[in-house]
Design a protein around this ligand. Structure first.
Ligand SMILES: Nc1nc2c(ncn2[C@@H]2O[C@H](COP(=O)(O)OP(=O)(O)OP(=O)(O)O)[C@@H](O)[C@H]2O)c(=O)[nH]1
Length: 643
């Protein structure tokens, strides 16, 4: 029999049972009878487990390797044996009570106590009681050290041990489950615990443990046992206990709590394993124990999740939005601030022209007396700067007249040059005058493609509309769709209506229609854009002549102003362009464009000296306000490098 029990209880407790048998050897005969009576009860209880186990049989397959399965039959025998030990008090009563009694005895005879525990709470007792048994069994002492907190994980294994029949099945299963994860623990433990605590132990375990806590366990390894118990109990009342219970559960509990109620149905569904635990464990009402455990885990629960809300102060960073707003404001500020004065912009625009010119002048007059050679060198420098022969001679003559044979510095030379250039430009530097007796005053803008006609029209329209004049625009460059669209954009910017036609339409016809519409609209000014296809000089000239002729039908004096845009970067070729358009279209005024960033700004002086046409504006950029009235003195000083 002893050997048989050993086989049955592969775990430490079983061995202990054998020893008890030895001690109780004398009693066997009497107890057998009683045992028979008891067997039915136990069997009745057992069958439930078996039923439960049957569903768990699914799990069994994993366990099959265990040998205990074949032993189930002998299991019956061991049951009676423990009873004999118990006989003293209540044989019929559940072994749990006799077990408890032995506890007091343990002081004298710890062995009897152990056997009692084994039958009752084989699962839990195996873990916790083990330390108590330590005195008797050498194996137990090993557990005693185990009870130490580190073994907390191990306690789960003991859960498997409890039920003999189940031992094989749960043992393997349970061990892994606890190790796996706390979340899985509840489900895995539930079946296991149920099997362990279910029958006799269920009712006894909770009280028994309580007593232990106060007496034994509290001193030695209560925490591990408690947790184990809690885990075992958890299954009993998974509904609420789990959520409140284990520290492990706490992490999940939040989830478990809500879900438990809802999941309650789901839990059983997943596997028959869960169902059994729910039945028995619930009555077991290990809840009290769980409540005890709960406090411990609670400290654990608050851990990380709650602190998260604390970071909410981050939202306090609302200040970030303010910073963003400030940035936006800052971005707005810089735009207007950098705006330079007109003269500064013109000076900067002519910087390249000025630097080249003044640098060359300095090279000629560094520590040299003014003589014919130096005068010739200066003349060459001025000509290369596009000022023109006429202006160059004016400068050299003026310099020679006052400084010939004397030491001359480049500064003196530049000053004389500025004065002479101004003299050349002053006659042409005239403001644009509009005769509003004409309704509208018609401005025809001509020039070679790309010289800045359309851009200049837009800039001028802006000035006029800003001055309160009503302006109408006519897209007379019917050969380029882009030119039409560009003019429309300017019209939108300046709120000036734009008259346009299909691509390739007759430019003269468009000009005529626009003139009529401007009259009808009572516009103060009509600005007509034109094509500048200089490569086909004949057609271009014919078209321009036609436009002028057509406009004259509506007003003999129209067009009242013919502006030609001259690209300063063109250099000497600009002189020829002005010659052509002056003869064909009757240009009576100039707008020098692109003076910004060119080293050939001197051409303006040459054009002015040769054609003596009014220069109304100069363009020093692509922006709407980069068109300024021409100032002879400013231009002269700027290009001469004289502040
Ligand atoms: N830097 C600078 N660019 C300018 C100036 N005036 C015009 N531009 C640029 O020169 C280019 C040609 O200008 P447009 O107004 O299209 O010249 P356009 O004579 O009408 O040309 P077409 O439409 O082909 O006849 C555009 O990129 C303008 O932005 C200026 O004074 N300075």
């Amino acid at each position: 029999m002893a050997g048989f029990f050993k086989k049955i209880f592969s775990f430490g407790k079983k061995e202990i049972v054998e020893e008890r048998i030895d001690e109780t050897a004398p009693l066997p005969p009497i107890k057998w009878d009683q045992l028979d009576a008891l067997k039915p009860a136990a069997e009745q209880v057992v069958p439930e487990f078996l039923k439960r186990d049957e569903p768990q049989a699914e799990i069994v397959p994993t366990v099959p390797a265990e040998p205990p399965q074949p032993e189930p039959a002998p299991v019956e025998e061991p049951v009676p044996e423990p009873i004999p030990t118990v006989p003293p008090a209540p044989e019929p009563t559940v072994p749990s009570e006799p077990e408890i009694q032995p506890e007091p005895v343990p002081a004298e005879e710890p062995r009897p106590v152990e056997p009692a525990r084994e039958p009752q709470a084989p699962e839990i007792p195996a873990e916790q009681p083990a330390p108590q048994e330590t005195p008797e069994v050498p194996v137990v002492p090993e557990r005693v050290p185990e009870p130490a907190p580190p073994e907390i994980p191990t306690p789960e294994q003991p859960e498997v041990v409890p039920v003999p029949g189940r031992q094989p099945e749960p043992a393997p299963v349970e061990v892994p489950t606890p190790v796996e994860t706390p979340s899985a623990i509840p489900s895995a433990r539930l079946p296991l615990d149920v099997s362990a605590a279910p029958h006799p132990p269920a009712g006894t375990f909770s009280p028994y443990r309580d007593g232990e806590k106060g007496a034994d366990r509290d001193a030695s390894a209560p925490p591990a046992n408690v947790e184990e118990e809690a885990s075992a109990l958890m299954p009993a009342s998974p509904r609420t206990s789990r959520a409140e219970g284990k520290g492990e559960g706490q992490r999940q509990p939040a989830n478990d709590l809500a879900p438990t109620d809802e999941a309650a149905p789901t839990i059983p569904a997943p596997s028959a394993e869960i169902a059994p635990p729910l039945r028995q464990p619930a009555p077991v009402e290990a809840q009290p124990i769980i409540a005890e455990v709960a406090p411990e885990p609670q400290p654990v629960t608050p851990p990380a999740p709650q602190p998260l809300p604390e970071p909410k102060p981050a939202p306090g960073k609302v200040t970030v939005t303010k910073k963003v707003e400030q940035k936006a404001e800052v971005q707005k500020a810089p735009e207007p601030a950098p705006r330079r004065s007109w003269f500064q912009r013109m000076k900067d625009g002519l910087a390249r022209s000025s630097r080249e010119l003044t640098g060359n002048i300095a090279g000629v007059f560094t520590k040299r007396k003014l003589d014919e050679e130096t005068l010739q060198d200066l003349e060459d420098v001025l000509i290369r700067a596009d000022l023109g022969m006429e202006t160059a001679l004016r400068v050299t003559d003026a310099l020679a007249a006052s400084r010939y044979g004397k030491d001359v510095s480049d500064t003196e030379v530049r000053a004389i040059m500025a004065a002479e250039v101004e003299k050349v430009l002053t006659p042409v530097a005239r403001p644009l005058e509009l005769d509003l007796n004409h309704k509208p005053h018609v401005i025809l803008v001509v020039g070679v493609n790309g010289t800045g006609k359309t851009t200049t029209i837009g800039k001028l329209a802006a000035k006029l509309t800003d001055g309160g004049l009503s302006v109408m625009l006519a897209a007379g460059d019917t050969f380029r769709a882009a030119a039409i669209e560009q003019l429309k954009i300017w019209g939108e910017r300046t709120k000036s209506p734009v008259i346009s036609s299909k691509l390739g339409a007759d430019a003269a016809g468009l000009a005529y229609d626009a003139f009529e519409k401007a009259k009808q609209a009572g516009s103060d000014v009509l600005i007509i854009d034109t094509a500048g296809r200089l490569q086909n000089k004949v057609e271009l000239m014919a078209e321009l002549e036609k436009i002028v002729r057509v406009l004259g039908k509506l007003d003999p004096e129209a067009p009242h102003t013919v502006l030609q845009t001259v690209d300063a970067t063109t250099g000497q070729n600009a002189l020829n362009q002005v010659e052509i358009f002056r003869n064909v279209a009757g240009v009576n005024g100039l707008v020098m464009t692109k003076l910004d960033g060119t080293a050939r700004g001197g051409i303006l002086v040459a054009i002015a000296a040769k054609h003596k046409l009014p220069v109304y504006f100069i363009g020093v950029g692509e922006q709407v306000d980069d068109l300024e009235p021409f100032s002879a003195s400013e231009f002269a000083r700027a290009i001469a490098g004289v502040a």
